[in-house]
Design a protein around this ligand. Sequence first.
Ligand SMILES: Cc1cc2nc3c(=O)[nH]c(=O)nc-3n(C[C@H](O)[C@H](O)[C@H](O)COP(=O)(O)O)c2cc1C
Length: 212
Amino acid sequence: MEIIEGIYKRKSIRKFKNEPVKREDIIECLKAACQAPSPKHQQNWHFVVIQNKELIAQIAKVVEERHQEIAACAEDEKVQEKFMKLMKYYTLFKNAPVLVVVYAKPYFMIEEKILKSNKAKQEIIEALKSTQSAAQAIGAAVENFLLTAMQLGYGTCYMTGPAHAKKEVENLIGTVSEEYELMSMIAMGVPVEELPAKPERLELEQVVDFID
Ligand SMILES: Cc1cc2nc3c(=O)[nH]c(=O)nc-3n(C[C@H](O)[C@H](O)[C@H](O)COP(=O)(O)O)c2cc1C
């Protein structure tokens, strides 16, 4: 499949068949993820691949509990209800045969070090950090993963929603190391036949300006 064709065809898949995913295919996706650009080539990502059904179910349970906890914080019942309706978007991975947990290491910026040690204004340091370069690299890596998975016949969903339970998730799966932070998850599996259409995109004119 051509790259451009793949980009247009990819859509988020939230329902999976009860079929296994080959380890070699997961590795192919991970290799593609690692081909992504990263700031100063720091390759600040780490992936934890979970195929243990019981563990995936436990993770979904802690995410569900945290979701309920957050809903309960809302005083307005309608807001509570609305948030609870979103639960399926946070726990969709519970029926996926593969869950990839994606971590990022902070992006080390020499500029920040220079500015800090020379007592630069906090606002200059903040401007530098506002690009969230570490997270941007994760986005690039995940997109490579998703596109490769699709080419291999799998469906995926990129998720940050469940990260609201990152502590609880890490209690279950352990931490990579202290410097790594859980950023997102990828649900992966063979997609069911009946799938909703890919959502429409904004018109290019709404999101693009040309300066000649
Ligand atoms: C950073 C990021 C986080 C996302 N988190 C979730 C999520 O937690 N749950 C979910 O169901 N979809 C999640 N999505 C998928 C988006 O909802 C989806 O990409 C968007 O609606 C466009 O649909 P498409 O992927 O089918 O083109 C996320 C996507 C991105 C890029």
